[in-house]
Design a protein around this ligand. Structure first.
Ligand code: COA
Length: 334
């Protein structure tokens, strides 16, 4: 423990992301399941998503590339990291963690490493945790990654889940900064495990609740009650953004980007309209990448960062919800 008496801030040194080259369009999906481009676009806002070639790509390879890109952007190397956190529910193996293998691949040994399971909230949970650990003085430089090969857990004969998800990873490198005003101004993390059955990946038949016993989706694949998740998300999303803005005194005018987990365009648009946020402050890429779970917020952050859309003068917000059920928010000044 090297806790310092001096206050310090946390700076986002660089961001990175990775998406597979392979594109799965609505048109192609409609040849696999009983659906149509029109239905998917109208109900979700998704036109296409990226899918790994699982023989050579996956959660681990995308996590490596996203974090390497973030390190390059920061002008750093793996050896500069003292902790790696990977938010994921699609780890190739439960042991070892994806994070430990990423650390080895990027030359970060002996940096600490662990995976974080908070489903689609994984990246925001990871960022909140990382900044708190840096502020505590225990760690100096942390790589946070959200990486999901959702295609490895999606049953492509089921039209309720296959239309929604895509594969992606996003990453950020955070480190201690002498300016105490820089970093996370406010954060929340929450969970309500009473709603776990709305979104779950059973491993054994015994994991499956009574009412879902006839679900044809195989073990190890994602099951979702879309209506339940929608109902939860549409209220929670607005509440969490409203809370983050009011607690930091931000208004629709003074806030910078509000980076939302790309769950469904209707959920994001509903929150945006109720909060009176202009569309240019609420980035959308679900049309091209679908819902990439923990990959989604980090991917948006990287795309906005590289486009110069994250402004120094205006704090930006990250917000996500997902399986668990979980939710999280963070307000950051760069
Ligand atoms: N293609 C065509 N028709 C479909 C379909 C598909 N892929 N999936 C469902 N339908 C049909 C249903 O069978 C139903 O038909 P019916 O009226 O004859 O019974 C109709 O379309 C409406 O289904 P419903 O489930 O009510 O649609 P919806 O408007 O709730 O949209 C989701 C479904 C999944 C897009 C939506 O519920 C959703 O986005 N939920 C949130 C999911 C989410 O965010 N998950 C990730 C959390 S991080």
């Amino acid at each position: 423990m090297n806790a310092s008496a001096e206050p310090f801030g946390v700076r986002i040194r660089g961001t990175g992301s990775c998406v597979p080259a392979r594109v799965l369009t609505n048109e192609a999906l409609s040849k696999m399941v009983d659906t149509s481009d029109e239905w998917i676009v109208q109900r979700t806002g998704i036109h296409e998503r990226r899918i790994c070639d699982l023989s050579t790509e996956g959660t681990f390879t995308m996590a490596c590339e996203a974090l390497k890109n973030a390190l390059d952007a920061a002008g750093m190397q793996g050896s500069d990291l003292d902790l790696i956190i990977v938010g994921t529910v699609t780890a190739e193996m439960t042991c070892p963690s994806v994070a430990a293998r990423v650390g080895a691949a990027l030359g970060a040994v002996p940096a600490a490493a662990f995976d974080l399971s908070a489903a689609c909230s994984g990246f925001v949970y990871g960022m909140n945790l990382a900044q708190a650990l840096i502020r505590s003085g225990q760690f100096k430089t942390i790589g946070v990654v959200g990486s999901e090969a959702m295609s490895s857990i999606v049953d492509y004969s089921d039209r309720t889940v296959s239309i929604l998800f895509g594969d992606a990873a996003g990453a950020a490198v955070l480190s201690r900064d002498p300016d105490p005003r820089i970093g996370c101004l406010y954060s929340t993390m929450g969970a309500d495990g009473r709603g776990w059955e709305s979104l779950y990946i059973p491993r054994h038949a015994g994991d499956v609740p009574e009412h879902d016993r006839n679900n044809p989706i195989a073990m190890g694949h994602l099951r979702m009650n879309g209506k339940e998740v929608f109902r939860f998300a549409v209220t929670k999303f607005r509440e969490v953004i409203e809370d983050a803005m009011s607690k930091t005194g931000l208004t629709a005018e003074s806030v910078g980007q509000v980076i939302c987990h790309q769950s469904n365009i209707r959920i994001i648009e509903s929150a945006r309209e109720k909060l009176g946020l202009p569309s240019e402050k609420v980035y959308i890429n679900i049309d091209r990448f679908g819902n990439s779970s923990a990959g989604s917020v980090g991917l948006c952050l990287d795309q906005l960062w590289r486009a110069g859309k994250i402004e120094k003068e205006r704090p930006f917000v990250m917000v996500a919800f997902g399986g668990g059920l979980t939710w999280a928010s963070g307000v950051w000044r760069i």
